[in-house]
Structures are given as C-alpha cells and as structure tokens.
Design a protein around this ligand. Sequence first.
Ligand code: AFP
Length: 339
Amino acid sequence: MTDKKIGINLTRHIYEKQKEHPGATGELTGILNQLAFAAKIVSREVNKAGLVEILGLTGEKNVQGEEVQKLDDFANEVFLHILGKSGHFCVMATEEDADIIPVPNGYGRGHYSVALDPLDGSSNIDVNVNIGTIFSIHRRVSEGDDGCGADLMQPGRDLVAAGYVVYGSSTMLVMSTGNGVHGFTLDPSVGEFLESHTDIRIPEKGKTYSINEGNYPYWSTGVREYIDYLKQKNPESGRPYGARYIGSMVADMHRTLLKGGIFMYPADLKDPEKPQGKLRLLYECSPMAYLCEQAGGAASTGRGAVLDVTPVDLHQRVPFFAGSVHDVREVEEFIAKYD
Ligand code: AFP
C-alpha cells in the first residue's frame, strides 16, 4: 500500500515535521489535533445548517458591535471548550469576547496562548457562502500559573503556528508551524483531515484583485490610484486584473494563497470608529500574514510588514494588503507616493 492510496493524516504530518526538531515536546502536535477536532465539530454543524435551527441571529451583538449569528456562538463555544480543556494553553482570546479568556480551572495550563476568529465571514452563513475559522498560536511569555494579555499581544513575527479552516465545497485546514504552508482536506467518510496540498507557494505575481470596491470613495488617494491602475488596459503587465471578492476573509485568502493576486482591506473613512479598516490584527491579519510569508508571499499594512506590528489592543484593526509579492510591493509604492 502507498501513502497516495491511503493518504497522510494531519497527525502523521505533524509528527513527521516534529521529528525534524529533536527538542520538540509534542505539545504543538496536541494543539493542532485539538484544533482539528473542534473544526470537525463545527464543520458538521455548518454542513447541516440549513436543516436544523441554527441559522439566523442570536439577537445579541459582540464586542465589535456586530450582530452575533447562532453558528458564531456555537463555533466560539466549541473552540473554547475543546482548547480550554486541552491543557496546552495558558490564556485564550476570540473575536466574540471583549477580554482575554482564562483557561477553566482543573484542566492545567500549557505553554501557549491562542487567539481565534471562531467563525469568520459569518454574515455569509445564511446564504451558504464559504466561512472559516482562523487561529494563531504564540508561546507564552508570562510566568506563573494563569496567562495574561502579554501572552496574546505579541507580534505575528513570533507566532509558532497559525492557520485557518475553510468550510466550503469541502472542509480544509491550512496551517503552518514555520515549515511552509500545508493543506488538509477533511474526508468525512473516515473523519480525518488528509494531506491534500503540500507546501503551498503563492505565485510571485497574480492576475486578480480582491477588495470591497463599494468602499472606493472612502479610501485614501494611494489606494484609489492603485485600484484604477489595476483596471487599466496594459497587456504587457497583465492588466487589467480580474476582480474576485467573496467578503469572507478565509475564502478570499484561500484563493489568493493558491492562485496569487492581492487581497485588500485598506483603512477607510467610512466609519470614524474604524479608521484602520475592518480586519483585526491578532486573529485575522497576523495569522494570514504568517501564512502568506510562509508561502513565499507578502502581507503589509501598506507601510510595512503586518508581522512586525506589535499589538496594543486585543481587538486592534490594521489595514491589510496580502498575496503575491509583486502585487503587495506595488500597492505599497502607490501608498508611499500618494498618501
Ligand atoms: P463578517 O464576519 O461580519 O461577515 O465579516 C467578515 C470579515 O471580517 C472578513 O471575513 C471579510 O473579509 C470582511 O469582514 C468583509 O467586510 P466587508 O463586508 O466590509 O467587505
């Protein structure tokens, strides 16, 4: 029998990567297994969402002031329950909770912190469009028993692992532990994530741009000039670019990782309360930036690498431009020139 016939599951992949690091304790393997387990539970619920009483709103708003969907709530509970009791973490944070989340008593504290967007793109749930989970894992920096905010508020450059799960035409887990980016597709018949995309590399230059163009009047001159430029006819440089925008970061970034191009959520003047755009640093931009760099791409705030931003707030937002190196450098040039 060959690996090709049976497939390599996530556990074996992580185990084999771990063997390349003689000092590894196996804790990261345990973490990724628990994340995969939680993702399977959420995937199961997402797949039958139209059939059971789980579509729609809970009637509450989250810390971001956004309407909470029932599935949002469910995914948040599942991830916190499973990760909180895994013994691997000292503290957690999610998009749904204003403050850091302590690990429940009686389950031990581990050497890592985790920040999560349990169900990103949730406004797409009710219309059966792809949604996802994003996770980022840092090694704890505090001492003592319980972890604290400092364990979470670390630059993306110091991540030890990050990834996402996309609940789409199939459920896929895409992650990196600093050795490239690898994708695993859930085989529901055996209940395992099987390696399907080894060492994902972003093409150096893309053909598509991905942005909510309805925000055009609210962007800076540099961003507007860049988007106008992408739409000009210039076959030698591959323009005009095609446009693709799902409005679900995981799905838009998944396409960008596999096919290249650029995904953007710039700063805009639409909402004075969100002058830095919409996307959150800790559990959206940092982990996606980590994956981009690991796949040979780039991720920028428009003025520097996202991974170099030191967080000052748990739910901080940053402008985000990510994907093919050529395209990210080009938007940076426009921003430097016009803004
Ligand atoms: P929701 O979770 O409210 O659907 O927001 C999704 C998201 O955070 C991210 O996944 C998208 O890329 C982005 O917002 C879409 O925002 P716009 O609707 O403003 O384009």
